[in-house]
Design a binder for this molecule. Structure first.
Ligand SMILES: C[S@@+](CC[C@H](N)C(=O)[O-])C[C@H]1O[C@@H](n2cnc3c(N)ncnc32)[C@H](O)[C@@H]1O
Length: 386
């Protein structure tokens, strides 16, 4: 299932021929089942006064499948194929290729002219039923179509409804996340978050739910000290791992990585933050981001922080300050062999309590070391030295 999902997430922006190969290899029913599961996850809560069944007829070359969705006001939309207890009020038709793109494509892609529609197959004998039937069918269709559309959630609102504390609690992180994550939002990214939430007592999972909805093509992994595998569902996996154990982090990253985004929202112990960064940054893809939340603990001595206005070298903020130095290694140590972070860190963006470290190739040579005062003077940038 996970391999099929991996392929499907990418197929949303693939060619017709590539999608055809995927369907041939994985089978039409398996592909359709995975897509329908995502449609049901995304569909908004219906508000139709009367229950309504809507058919979705999917074609792939000579083959056709009918999926029937039941919409009951106030309850999640369900799949009810084979239950003929209700009349179908609407039949939508779509190619499997268009369905793949509608579910796992990019937000700005075409959303019109890719389906057929037959409204109300039978006219009620009692026409006084008609307004209610039309109203319920329209509302139910709207709920189903939200499942067939790439969503654009505002992250603050999504954070509140998902139960994460990243916004409107002690933190206001989602504005920074919106700005930093915009380039990844339509991509089939792999995300790892340290710290699922809930600690020992509750299941937590607020931010996992939030990321799964925000990144509609993402596979989201979370790790925690406690078993939260009850949160597992397609595109969302909860694993047990201690962020202070570098070998366990490396093993996990080898199995599930590399990642496009890693977020540290775990213990916030300064030592743990540094251990996790050292262990996991090598498993961030070039072009990806490593995020450290709650860096205020760099000033809290009982969490390994420093007393006073300048955070020490062994704190999270000390790490960020060092990475800014690493970014400029060529300027201060041009002759030395660069360390891994000197080579791989290409951006360090710190906001209040949160920092984003961007991975890439820090290969710009910059000003050559032989540009001494005499050379600058020859360029006219300094007065002659003699
Ligand atoms: C602040 S909560 C995470 C909140 C969640 N990310 C959200 O936004 O909804 C911190 C979580 O980190 C977990 N944690 C604490 N120490 C840890 C460690 N050493 N390794 C992994 N997880 C840890 C706790 O069990 C807790 O569930």
């Amino acid at each position: 299932m996970s391999e099929l999902l991996d392929r499907l997430l990418r197929a949303g922006t693939a060619s017709d021929a590539e999608i055809a190969v995927l369907v041939k290899e994985e089978g039409m029913d398996a592909v359709l089942a995975a897509l329908v599961e995502e449609v049901l996850f995304r569909a908004s809560l219906p508000n139709n006064p009367d229950p309504v069944d809507i058919a979705l007829d999917i074609t792939h070359y000579a083959e056709t499948r009918r999926v029937v969705f039941r919409s009951v006001g106030g309850e999640p939309v369900t799949r009810v194929d084979g239950d003929a207890s209700r009349e179908i009020c609407r039949a939508l038709g779509m190619s499997l290729t268009h369905l793949v793109r509608r579910v796992y494509g990019r937000f700005d892609q075409r959303r019109t002219g890719d389906f057929s529609d037959v409204f109300l197959p039978s006219r009620p004998d009692d026409l006084s039923r008609l307004p209610g039937l039309v109203d319920s069918t329209s509302r139910a269709s709207g709920a189903l179509m939200t499942g067939l559309t790439i969503p654009r959630h505002e992250l603050g609102a999504l954070c509140s409804s998902s139960g994460s504390d990243k916004w409107a609690s002690f933190h206001w992180y989602t504005g920074h996340y919106e700005r930093e994550f915009a380039p990844y939002r339509d991509e089939p990214v792999r995300i790892l978050e340290i710290g699922i939430g809930g600690f020992d007592g509750d299941l937590g999972g607020g931010s996992l739910r939030m990321w799964k909805r925000y990144f509609h093509r993402a596979q989201v992994f979370g790790i925690d000290l406690f078993d939260k595998s009850a949160l597992d569902e397609p595109r969302q996996t909860a694993l047990v791992c201690d962020q202070s154990d570098p070998a366990a982090l490396a093993a996990l990253a080898q199995e599930h990585g590399p990642f496009d985004i890693v977020i540290d929202d775990g213990s916030h112990e300064n030592e743990h933050v540094r251990i996790s960064f050292d262990a996991l940054f090598p498993y961030v893809r070039p072009g990806g981001l490593y995020v450290i939340e709650d860096m205020q603990t760099a000033y809290i001595p009982r969490m390994g922080g420093t007393e006073g206005p300048s955070a020490g070298a062994d704190t999270s903020i000390g790490l960020i300050k060092r990475l800014v130095d690493d970014l400029h290694y060529h300027e201060h140590s041009p002759a030395s062999v660069p360390t891994a972070t000197q080579q791989d860190v290409v951006g360090v963006r710190a906001y209040r309590n949160i920092a984003f470290v961007e991975k890439g190739t820090n290969g710009e040579v910059g000003i050559p070391p032989w540009m001494d005062d005499a050379a600058w003077a020859a360029l006219g940038a300094l007065p002659p030295t003699d």
